[in-house]
Design a protein around this ligand. Sequence first.
Ligand code: FES
Length: 140
Amino acid sequence: MTEQPTPPEQCDATLSACVQNLGINHIDRHVFICADQTKPKCCDKAASIIAWNYLKKRLKELGLDKPSETSPHIFRTKANCLRVCGQGPILVVYPDGVWYRNATPEVIERIIQEHFLGDRPVSEYIIATSPLPTLSKAPT
Ligand code: FES
């Protein structure tokens, strides 16, 4: 038996609820980290999973994983490979375009405290900086 497609109006409601729940319209920074790779090349796979779990845990503990009046909203995504493939875990922060190497839990804590909360990137772990161009907001 073939599964019936979801009616468009139901899709819209589901997606709208998801966008709302994730606070996507209020993201201040989006962080990607290379973790749980199919082919771990930049670091040990287990180490990358530890880093990813630490990032998730700390953003949640600090209330940075959702919109707030008092703190930035940091959205996080686990990437399979960020194509740098050395001295990982590799982590990149947008819109700043700051790329970090060796994103261990200790370095991630510094990135959270200094970069996300203090607006001072952690210079000794930066491998590249390439901010995204400023764009006007798309209509909602
Ligand atoms: S495997 Fe981590 S950046 Fe490619």
